[in-house]
Structure formats: structure tokens, C-alpha cells
Design a protein around this ligand. Structure first.
Ligand code: GLY
Length: 290
């Protein structure tokens, strides 16, 4: 059995119906690519990395080419990847020049004894390892248009989770951060356990939204710990987190391939491969509270 779920972020997408349909088609296409990889025997780790890499290259999402800028008008990107089998992970923060931060995160995981590299050191390491670099003109450079995450940010963080035929879970996520950030701000995506976590004993989690509340709650690890030490199901563990003050959404998958999504932002674009192998994707609309 293999499973795949991905999100393109939770927030206020504010798309026209036509645009929404276009994004849904994009997510379906990526799911199909990922599904084919898993079917061919690629690992969950390689699959989630590839999906995130494609999203970084597209310019449509708040990661890689499409990253939002900080207050200084500069792109600073974060990314993380984690293997549920080994509990090894790699992450990078405030990357400025590496085209695919998710590839850099994977290199940190595979080629160093560190878990997180940041700033010039991260860029330098990527360059030294032969990763493609880009100049400022490469980025679409979406400017924040409002100072609230629930404003009109044009696009959001991305994440993917897979379970492969070897029974291993993996998660990857990449982001330009929030649309309201100081130079040097690091979110929860590259801090393993906060917005991203994978453990074959329990589940894999990828969050999207304002990182700070997710960070305060050590959200992704908390969900896993509730399952490992508290005997909760994935659904119960996720619901418990959303009783706290979080702002955004998440996707999660347990070791048996059960998928849970939760969101309290106005919208979240996400999708998964159904049992019959076909892709399902939707712009989930959070019911308005009275
Ligand atoms: N959720 C992404 C961030 O806060 O940077």
C-alpha cells in the first residue's frame, strides 16, 4: 500500500472560480506524478521531495520561485524534510540564493551531522554541493498586500506526506514564510517537530498557516506524542491541537495510511490519492462561525 497527501496552504486564497479550478488541476497533476513514483517503488522521502521541488519551481505557491518577501522586500525561504523510519531530518532557514531549498534540506539530512542550517551558511553549503543558485530577479517577488495572514496573501506554504510500499512515512515542506515578517524571521517549517514531523510508529504531519502558534504548541511532535504515549488516534490528536489557539491548517497521515486534514483558516487547498488510485483535490472552505 502507498498513500499520498499534499497541501498548497491554508489562508485566504480569494481566487475566482476559474482560478480555483486551475489550482485544483495543478494539485491533481502533482498527486498523479507522486502516485506514479510511489507505484514504481520510489521511497516516500524521494516522492515528497520531488513534489515540493515541483511546487518550488512553479512560482504559484509561497515557496521557491513564488516566495513572498519580508518587510525589506527580500525573499528568505525555509524548508524541511523528515524520514519517519530513521527519524532523521534536514532543514534550512532564511535561504536567499538556492533555487530549491527542499533539495538543500535533503542535503543537510543526508550529508551533514546537523539538522538545521540557516542564513549565508546554508546558501554557501548548497552552492558548495553544486545546487543551482539564482539571483533576486528569479523570484516572482509577491509583495505582502496586507499585514494580516488572513488578509489577501496570494499563496501559501506547501507540504506533502507519503507512505511508501516499504511502510515508511516521510514529510516535506517549503515556504517563503508569512506575509508579515521581519528580516531574519524563521518559521516552524524548518524546526523539526514544530510544523513538520514524521515517525513510522505514529504519523507524519505538515502544518500551514502562521507558524508562531504552531511553534508554541510544538504541534507536529505533539500530535505524534499524543498517539505514541497517550493512545490517541490521529484524528483525536489533531482535534486536540485545534482546541488550542492555532491559525491555519494541517495535513497528517498515520502509519496505516489514514489521512486527516484540519483547518481554521478561511480556506485550504489540499488533495490526496484515493484508495482507487485517483487524485482528489479541493479548496476546503472552513465553515464560518456565528
Ligand atoms: N507556516 C509557515 C511559516 O509560518 O513560516
Amino acid at each position: 500500500m502507498y498513500r499520498l497527501v499534499t497541501h498548497f496552504g491554508g489562508g485566504s486564497w480569494a481566487l475566482t472560480p476559474e482560478e480555483e479550478q486551475q489550482y485544483i488541476e495543478k494539485i491533481r497533476l502533482l498527486l498523479t506524478i507522486g502516485h506514479t513514483m510511489l507505484k514504481k517503488g520510489y521511497t516516500a522521502l524521494d516522492t515528497v521531495q520531488k513534489i515540493v521541488e515541483l511546487m518550488e519551481d512553479s512560482g504559484y505557491y509561497n515557496c521557491g520561485k513564488g516566495s513572498i518577501t519580508n518587510y525589506n522586500g527580500v525573499v528568505e525561504m525555509d524548508a524541511g524534510i523528515m524520514c519517519g523510519k530513521t527519524l532523521r531530518g534536514g532543514a534550512v532557514a532564511t535561504v536567499r540564493t538556492i533555487k530549491n531549498p527542499i533539495k538543500l534540506a535533503r542535503l543537510v539530512m543526508d550529508k551533514t551531522h546537523h539538522r538545521l542550517l540557516a542564513c549565508e551558511g546554508a546558501d554557501e553549503f548548497g552552492k558548495k554541493k553544486g545546487l543551482e543558485t539564482v539571483s533576486d530577479s528569479y523570484f516572482v517577488r509577491y509583495q505582502p498586500v496586507e499585514t494580516s495572514y488572513f488578509g489577501k496573501a496570494p499563496h501559501e506554504t506547501v507540504g506533502a506526506i507519503a507512505l511508501d510500499k516499504y511502510g515508511d512515512l516521510a514529510v516535506a515542506s517549503s515556504t517563503g514564510g508569512i506575509d508579515d515578517k521581519l528580516k531574519g524571521r524563521i518559521g516552524g517549517v524548518p524546526q523539526l517537530g514544530l510544523e513538520l514531523y514524521a515517525n513510522n510508529k505514529t504519523c507524519a504531519v505538515a502544518c500551514t498557516g502562521i507558524g508562531e502558534p504552531f511553534m508554541r504548541l510544538v504541534t507536529a511532535y505533539d500530535i505524534s506524542a499524543q498517539m505514541q504515549y497517550g493512545g490517541k488516534s490521529l484524528e483525536e490528536a489533531v482535534k486536540n491541537i485545534f482546541k488550542e489557539k492555532v491559525e491555519g491548517g494541517l495535513i497528517a497521515m498515520d502509519k496505516d495510511g489514514n489521512i486527516v486534514k484540519e483547518c481554521n483558516a478561511p480556506e485550504m487547498l489540499y488533495g490526496y490519492i484515493k484508495e482507487d488510485g485517483s487524485p482528489f483535490a479541493e479548496m476546503y472552505k472552513t465553515p464560518l462561525k456565528n
